[in-house]
Design a protein around this ligand. Structure first.
Ligand code: HEM
Length: 425
């Protein structure tokens, strides 16, 4: 392997971390997997001038972040004051609690918000698509570009979000363009949590300053939008890449939900949809290394001693995709999350950690899964007369040409009306 490396700043778009990548034609995740094979389950990796400990084994990861969770529960950037970056302690606890309550509050609004969002997409794009494509199938991107041009012409705030890369982007971009109300709701929930804490003289009250609360809002969007958006890009790519799975998704939705709006409850009856989402999170993890934690004290891990103040990563994508913990780990197989009764396995396998491990585990997990479910179901319902077909040959790998994008390489899909497929047979 070429060890001639180059310090660059990898921008997880918002989550800026400093990193070193090898000069390699492969994505850095592929390179780090090779490094892990060579150096074993715990190794030190230099990001620029800073040593970082990488853990690539689930038992050691759990030992580090669960058993020693107090020791490894700091985040490594001590300069910021938000939930994600605040060191472990009473301020983090207070912020995490109010952010969690805002996210929980948002969860109950989601069904309507997403149903409406997808219906806007349906109304605008599918209608447009039908109007202009009576005889031949056309690229869905045409509809997208035309909608983008409308938005640009009318000077709409949403215009910058209407990128023309693919449909999945569009769905989430429209969601983003509609976030004013979501931000207001989060703000309201946070302010009322602060007022409650002040009124009740809670210990957390002094930490709930306006600056800290606005940082918490920032976190909820920073940590919650790119991650969900990229995961949805993978979902659309994978169901286009595996048409037989798309059919299974459609059949289940038709038999269990039909045309009505999906609800959170429906997750209990759509076992294949849930398995498909879980397998996407396992197979193409959008936060491959997890976030950097920092040891508060010298910490013993297996035969290693990790010194105080060392950055520690649990390398999620290696743990979610290795042949020790998963059968044929490189195969995309939603069935691995379905039991012999055909039910979605709700007890998660120990190496399924797309949302992290331990005390600092993702606080938006429940919301993220709920969102992915609602958007996927409504999207498939909205396109029930079509087949979603891949219109590019990029494969299903991480985009090797960019360090920052943990989504797939750019791809194109098109919607083909089922009647056309039938008549072409
Ligand atoms: C598919 C979607 C998502 C994925 C894969 C994901 C993944 C992660 C991961 C791996 C972490 C780091 C855990 C650790 O340090 O061990 C994290 C932290 C976090 N996530 Fe998520 N996340 C997603 C969606 C969301 C959403 C929707 C929200 C909020 C609405 C959110 C808010 C947060 C916050 C605030 C943290 C920091 C928690 C703390 O430090 O206490 N995430 N997420």
């Amino acid at each position: 392997m070429n060890l001639d490396y180059l310090p660059v700043r990898i921008r997880y778009r918002f989550w800026a971390i400093y990193c070193v990548i090898f000069k390699s034609k492969d994505h850095w995740d592929v390179v780090l997997r090779q490094v892990a094979k060579q150096y074993g389950p715990v190794f030190t990796f230099w990001f620029g001038t800073r040593p970082q400990v990488m853990i690539t084994d689930i038992d050691l990861g759990r030992e580090a972040f669960r058993k020693n969770d107090m020791a490894a529960s700091n985040m490594s950037n001590e300069k910021c004051q938000d939930v994600v970056s605040t060191d472990y302690g009473p301020q983090w606890e207070a912020l995490r609690r109010v952010a969690h309550s805002a996210v929980h509050h948002e969860y109950f609004r989601r069904e309507r918000l997403f149903a409406e969002t997808i219906d806007i997409v349906k109304g605008k794009y599918i209608k447009h698509y039908d109007d202009y494509n009576e005889s031949i199938e056309r690229d869905f991107c045409d509809a997208l570009i035309s909608a983008k041009n409308d938005a640009l012409r009318d000077g709409k705030e949403s215009a910058p979000y209407l990128t023309d890369t693919n449909l999945s982007m569009a769905i989430f971009d429209i969601f983003l363009a509609g976030t004013d109300t979501t931000i207001m709701n989060f703000c309201d929930a946070l302010i009322s949590a602060k007022n409650d804490a002040l009124r009740d003289g809670k210990e957390s009250a002094p930490y709930l300053t306006d600056t800290n609360l606005s940082m918490a809002i920032f976190d909820i969007f920073l940590a919650g939008t790119d991650t969900s958006q990229h995961t949805f890009q993978w979902i659309v790519l994978l169901m286009s890449y595996y048409p037989e799975m798309q059919q299974k998704l459609r059949q289940e939705i038709e038999s269990q939900i039909g045309d009505r709006m999906p609800t959170h409850e429906d997750r209990n009856r759509c076992h294949y949809v849930m398995a498909f989402i879980a397998e996407t999170l396992r197979f193409r993890n959008v936060v491959p290394t997890g976030l950097p934690h920092k040891t508060l004290v010298d910490t013993k891990l297996d035969k290693y001693t990790i010194p105080k103040n060392m950055s520690v990563f649990v390398y999620q994508s290696i743990i979610c995709r290795n042949d020790k913990d998963w059968q044929n780990s490189d195969e995309f197989k939603p069935e691995r999350f379905i039991d012999s009764e055909g039910q979605f396995i709700t007890t998660r396998p120990k190496a399924f950690i797309p949302f992290g491990v331990g005390r600092r585990v993702c606080l938006g997990e429940k919301l993220a899964i709920a969102d992915l479910f609602l958007v996927l179901v409504r999207f498939l319902q909205s396109t029930q007369d079509y087949d979603i077909v891949l219109d590019s040959n990029g494969g299903i790998e991480y985009n090797p040409n960019t360090a920052e994008n943990l989504g797939p390489s750019e791809y194109r899909i098109k919607l083909i009306k089922l009647t056309m497929i039938e008549s072409n047979k």
